[in-house]
Design a protein around this ligand. Structure first.
Ligand SMILES: [Zn+2]
Ligand SMILES: [Zn+2]
Length: 354
């Protein structure tokens, strides 16, 4: 094993929208943790919000902070105990963010995304959210949050396994069944990957509702599309489904009008799973929800889908490579985030290679 450096390059956000690349100490892995050399990290909408200071005191709890949670790389050092779980220096891995306590009843029952010790020091970490993340040449993560990367997947691919797992989770939460018509509101990365996840679960039709170049991308990927900037999306989806509506809606936009649109598109007895997080309260039509027995469920991160999505990513059924529009080095992070935030850039997914 080659000697590790004592310092590394990291993106340090010192205050909202204030960031620089700094030389900081390489973190030391604790019990059941590994130190990984980060080879690729992808920019998520959450990163943009967090850097902008949209979740004060929560994500991150305080500045300065190193974000980044969708990454892949190779293990550079093992903390005590990590070897007992089969990990070795040099192993290629993809990371995810929720390092839950593993002991509360939600964790024991497999819903570690709902850990009842969320954010409690010493019990729960969410990398790149309330714990230092992967926008650096090295990151420390617990063994529960790393997954072996198949040889056929590059590190750039590996950085998109986390969002792919979130897309599979929302399709699972939607309970998509073979032959279902699935409407997806929001043509971002999660929306498009959720379309693929719905197909994996057997959807007969996938209709993506969105706008602009991202909707064009969804169309190019073979999904039926509805341009919400040009037509009444609810009426159009209902017309496309013989007036009946979609069996399942996956709400991936996170804006109030799209939450209502997703519910409005549902067939009687339909189910909407929401992964988009509106920043304000949303008024929903309870009469129709009750009288048509609609279901509305939340979908947070993933819980077990990292392993389950990996073969679908590897075999090209979840088309992560279609999402990547730009690549930058870590030193170019400011340019990368500016490109991500610029709707005219055509950006969908941006990969940063530290
Ligand atoms: Zn993310
Ligand atoms: Zn827990």
């Amino acid at each position: 094993m080659t000697a590790l450096p004592e310092t590394m390059q990291a993106l340090v956000v010192s205050a909202p929208s204030q960031m620089s690349i700094q030389e900081v100490p390489v973190p030391v892995p604790g019990r059941n943790e590994v130190l990984a050399r980060v080879r690729a990290v992808s920019i998520c909408g959450t990163d943009a919000h967090l850097i902008h200071g949209d979740y004060p005191g929560f994500w991150p709890p305080a500045f300065p902070f190193i974000p980044g949670h969708e990454w892949a790389g190779e293990i550079a050092a093992l903390g005590p105990g990590a070897d007992l779980y089969g990990w070795r220096v040099g192993d290629r891995v993809a990371g995810t963010s929720h390092d839950a306590c593993g002991v509360c009843q939600k964790c024991v029952e497999g819903q570690y995304n709902l850990c009842e010790n969320y954010g409690k020091p010493g019990l729960h970490k969410q990398y790149g959210h309330n714990q230092q993340g992967a926008d650096a040449t090295y990151v420390v993560q617990g063994v529960k949050t790393i997954f072996r990367l198949p040889d056929a997947l590059s590190f750039d691919d590996g950085a998109l396994v986390d969002p792919a797992s979130i897309a599979l989770h929302v399709a699972n939460r939607g309970g998509v069944r073979p032959g279902d018509t699935v409407a997806i509101t929001g043509a971002g990365t999660i929306g498009m990957l959720a379309g693929d996840a719905a197909l994996i679960r057997g959807a007969g039709r996938v209709i993506v509702v969105g706008r602009g170049y991202r909707l064009a991308k969804a169309g190019a990927m073979g999904f039926e599309t509805v341009d919400s900037s040009a037509v009444d999306a609810v009426a159009t989806v209902r017309a496309m489904t013989g007036g009946l509506g979609a069996d399942v809606a996956l709400e991936c936009a996170g804006v109030p009008e799209m939450v209502n649109a997703a519910l409005g598109m549902l067939r009687r007895g339909g189910r909407c799973a929401a992964v988009g997080i509106p920043t304000v309260g949303v008024e929903i039509g309870m009469q129709r929800l009750v009288l048509d027995e609609l279901e509305l469920v939340g979908s947070r991160a993933s819980a077990g889908e990292m392993r389950r999505v990996m073969p679908h990513v590897e075999q090209g059924r979840i088309r992560i490579r279609e999402m990547v529009t730009h690549r930058f080095t870590l030193a170019q992070y400011q340019q990368a985030i500016d490109t991500f935030n610029d709707r005219a850039s055509g950006a969908i997914k941006i990969i940063v290679n530290p």
